[in-house]
Design a protein around this ligand. Structure first.
Ligand code: SF4
Length: 262
């Protein structure tokens, strides 16, 4: 069981910088069966072997109800790594189709996270590990900007107050290409996502847009990564004034004229 030094450096850098792992943690990886989560499980297993402190590791798969999830393969892969495997069957696909047919992914992610938290509570685990990597963070940054007008992305580590669970994303320093490369070490074969929306999402559009932009300017990724960090220079328009503030503004600068006339 091994990983190149560069990979280990990235994993431990994220773990230390964002305070992801602590002694006696019980970590559960959200294992969809895609390349990212399979690699994350393997990477955390390697970290567990090399860690100066001990922590437990397990994997949990949520059957969303979209179709065949290759349970046997996932179960055997976990067995090969000597990691406990939990599975929960749900009807999330049905709920998403009924309630959010136009925006399935955010509802799906919300319900899936809820199902994972139920597993963590049942198993008395305190850390939920997601396999989001650097490219995911950039795509989320642009998706938020394009579709909700907000400058934000997911955090490497977050704390769920209600359940006292820490959510960590140990692959934040990995590009998608590096994760793909990591599968060779993990000797894992990604399971096809049976979801009908897979590959047809807004995220896919943003991913393709980024790929096109990078063809002309390879620095696009670096600039976006830099913009995503706190402490960078931000020059944005001032906050929009409300009606009362605008009225006061008119009185101050234009005298006693009716602002409705402007
Ligand atoms: S692509 Fe399908 S499985 Fe993935 S988040 Fe969207 S709805 Fe859920």
């Amino acid at each position: 069981m091994r990983l190149p030094k560069l990979y280990l450096r990235k994993l431990w850098r994220a773990a230390m910088e964002f305070e992801m792992l602590k002694e006696n943690d019980k970590v559960v990886v959200g294992l969809s069966g895609g390349k990212d989560s399979l690699f994350l499980l393997y990477a955390l297993r390697v970290m567990q072997n090399n860690s100066p402190f001990s922590f437990e590791l397990a994997a949990a798969t949520i059957d969303l109800g979209y179709g065949q999830i290759r349970e046997d393969y996932l179960r055997n892969y976990c067995k090969k790594l000597s990691v406990p495997f939990y599975l929960e069957r749900t009807n999330i696909a049905e709920v998403v189709k009924e309630r959010s047919p136009n925006n399935p992914c955010s509802s799906c992610a919300f319900y899936r996270k809820g199902a994972l938290i139920r597993i963590l509570k049942r198993e008395e685990a305190n850390v939920l590990a997601f396999a989001h990597h650097q490219d995911d963070a950039l795509e989320t940054f642009l998706l938020s900007l394009f579709y909700s007008g907000q400058l934000k992305t997911f955090m490497p580590t977050t704390y769920l107050d209600k359940s006292a669970i820490r959510v960590i994303r140990p692959l934040v320093y990995f590009t998608e290409a590096e994760v793909k490369g990591g599968l060779t070490y993990a000797e894992a074969e990604p399971v096809k996502n049976p979801c009908p929306y897979s590959g047809k999402t807004q995220r896919e559009q943003v991913k393709n847009l980024l790929k096109d932009l990078v063809k002309d300017n390879p620095n696009v990724y670096t600039h976006l990564l830099s913009a995503m960090r706190e402490g960078k220079k931000v020059e944005l328009w001032p906050k929009q004034k409300n009606k009362l503030e605008m009225h006061q503004f008119y009185l101050k600068y234009l005298g006693n004229i009716d602002s409705n006339d402007i």
